[in-house]
Design a protein around this ligand. Sequence first.
Ligand SMILES: [Zn+2]
Length: 186
Amino acid sequence: MNLGKIADLLAVNGIEESVFLEKLYRALLLSVFEVVCKEIKKQGVKTMEKENFRKFKNKVIPTRGIVARYAGCQLPDEDYAEMARLLTAFFRTGSPRKKFQDDYREQLIKRQAGQCAICHAPITAKGAHLDHIVPWEYVGDNLEDNYQMLCGICNQRKGTAAYFEFSMLLLNKSSLRTERLKAHAG
Ligand SMILES: [Zn+2]
């Protein structure tokens, strides 16, 4: 495997290298976050870590320790602030799902220029789904700007993996169109 092969894959699918690298990087960060959340839950230490996290005014400090302890890795300095933001949301989870009004859905669709946030197919509030970009399971409704509207197919395909959006990068409109036609025919 070499970088040339990746370049070929991107070229045949018309994907910009910068878009690919940005999404890949985000996916790696989110997979670290996902592992940290799962480990903390598995070891039954959420309350303890939450208490410790609460004591720090600068959340970057406990975040460094948490990432090292539960994911066994380190991040570049500039990424700890984002990880701290995600962990703050994680430690607040436990509330029931928030109910969203129709006008909020409409607002998101408008912001997305009437298109599904992943495949860019046209969507309307009726058939579209409100998606938690970083899954609700890990951040609840405690993260700002964590919502997007998806078409039914993307919503189903995305599932609950935090980094799933990256793996959908290659799923283009034409494959979705085929599924849509099948869905209509069936
Ligand atoms: Zn879609």
